[in-house]
Design a binder for this molecule. Sequence first.
Ligand code: FAD
Ligand code: NAG
Ligand code: NAG
Ligand code: NAG
Ligand code: NAG
Ligand code: NAG
Ligand code: NAG
Length: 413
Amino acid sequence: MGMFSKAMSMVWVLIIVCTQGQPLKAPKEISSKLSRNPQSLSLASSDYGHIVHETPLAVFEPSSIGDIRALINFSNSLPNPFTIAPRGQAHSVLGQAMAQNGVVVNMTKLNGTRIFVAPCDGKSPLGCYADVGGEQTWVDVLHETLKSGLTPLSWTDYLYLTVGGTLSNAGISGQAFRFGPQISNVLELDLVTGKGDLVTCSAEKNTEAFYAVLGGLGQFGVITRARIPLGPAPTRVKWLHLLYNDFTAFCRDQEHLISMNERNDSNAADYVEGMLLLNQPPLDLSFYPPSYHQCITSLVTQYGIIYIIELVKYYANNSQPIQQVANLVKELKFVPNFRFEKDVSYEEFLNRVHGEELYLRSKGLWEVPHPWLNIFVPRSRILDFNEGVFKGIILKQNITAGLVKVYPVNRNK
Ligand SMILES: Cc1cc2nc3c(=O)[nH]c(=O)nc-3n(C[C@H](O)[C@H](O)[C@@H](O)COP(=O)(O)OP(=O)(O)OC[C@H]3O[C@@H](n4cnc5c(N)ncnc54)[C@H](O)[C@@H]3O)c2cc1C
Ligand SMILES: *[C@@H]1O[C@H](CO)[C@@H](O)[C@H](O)[C@H]1NC(C)=O
Ligand SMILES: *[C@@H]1O[C@H](CO)[C@@H](O)[C@H](O)[C@H]1NC(C)=O
Ligand SMILES: *[C@@H]1O[C@H](CO)[C@@H](O)[C@H](O)[C@H]1NC(C)=O
Ligand SMILES: *[C@@H]1O[C@H](CO)[C@@H](O)[C@H](O)[C@H]1NC(C)=O
Ligand SMILES: *[C@@H]1O[C@H](CO)[C@@H](O)[C@H](O)[C@H]1NC(C)=O
Ligand SMILES: *[C@@H]1O[C@H](CO)[C@@H](O)[C@H](O)[C@H]1NC(C)=O
């Protein structure tokens, strides 16, 4: 554990030496990459949450992995090392990529590393995979792997997040019930540790480092490369919304859908999520045909909350999964006829949040506070959660809730 206690103390324990406005007496190759430009400092003191604001002494702009090692070595050479936080795209909500009076490492500056997609020839013992830089965004990884007809298996809803950032958290979306979160879909990592060493780790090699860094909130080292398993990419998806007025039926059907996967049923869905449609503005009905907006609005007004199962079936060109979709929904207890379907490309589906981002940006509603909460609720208490929180707080007190998503994952994933 010695190796990690140093890394942990990077952020949690040690107080920086140079707080009285003294310049960092760094070697030239480091100081030339430390920016104190007000614009960088201001950017590095905010994030997507717009709740926490912590100003670093400097932003480090590495042009190589060696630069990151040198920065950590320099910090360790001081009597009181400074705090260091890697910053992906700062889509954190509570300052996780900040370093008060420390140094924020702008990982984006490393984007020069090509994404390498291994030829999928059946000879490679690992099967298909991509080697990607920790600073790469998932949308870039998707574009690059699709060129070879391949794709990562487990996603987040939004793709302008970095590989290092989501692997430091979890990376959960509607594919997690099948493949587990993104942190369960990593074959190997390269890390710069808190000692400045560059280590390769996996489930077989340097396992302590591997499992510490995955979901490690940036406290155990800097992820510079991740080897991500790939599968054949579908070309299109059937994308369904099923509307419920009853939370019990909604949960039962969601659990039924994910259980089909456990039984290896070939009809099983490829993606399952769920969300709330609340009787409060703005009522986003953009998924539904305009001719249905009136009756959906009436349903929401009548019940206060409508629960939506979001379901996807992937398919290849020229093989519409019409029968499989029919089998999937036939026993489900949504409000009769309130079933809506879209047919879009795989990429359009995975990148669906980007359209919302552009819309919200155009309305000035992207750069606003995001007091987001992500929690796992045990199955035994999910009905209480609906009564106490969805109905008891959000509905009864008419609290503007924003987006609320709720979907099941088995513990074994
Ligand atoms: C619109 C939106 C939708 C989202 N949807 C989902 C979702 O569906 N599922 C989901 O799981 N999450 C989702 N997230 C959250 C996201 O997964 C992470 O929580 C977010 O922090 C990742 O953003 P980032 O890559 O910009 O990392 P940052 O916010 O920059 O960093 C996150 C943490 O990782 C550390 N870090 C960054 N890069 C590295 C690295 N290379 N090595 C080591 N540590 C590093 C940072 O220091 C920090 O502690 C969403 C976020 C947004 C804004
Ligand atoms: C990090 O670098 C990128 C690419 O040069 C730049 O767009 C971004 O503003 C920088 N971020 C910070 C916090 O300096
Ligand atoms: C950083 O320190 C480590 C461990 O002492 C050493 O192996 C490495 O060469 C150093 N790297 C740089 C870039 O200074
Ligand atoms: C990384 O570089 C590629 C190719 O130059 C570019 O398309 C992509 O937008 C860059 N990504 C980031 C996050 O800067
Ligand atoms: C489903 O497939 C997995 C992997 O092939 C296997 O381990 C599991 O036993 C199967 N489950 C059932 C219920 O057949
Ligand atoms: C699927 O169809 C689209 C549009 O016709 C085409 O661009 C694409 O190359 C096809 N993909 C495959 C794998 O056949
Ligand atoms: C709930 O609040 C919204 C504004 O946030 C308001 O428009 C609406 O009328 C309120 N509804 C009720 C039932 O009070």
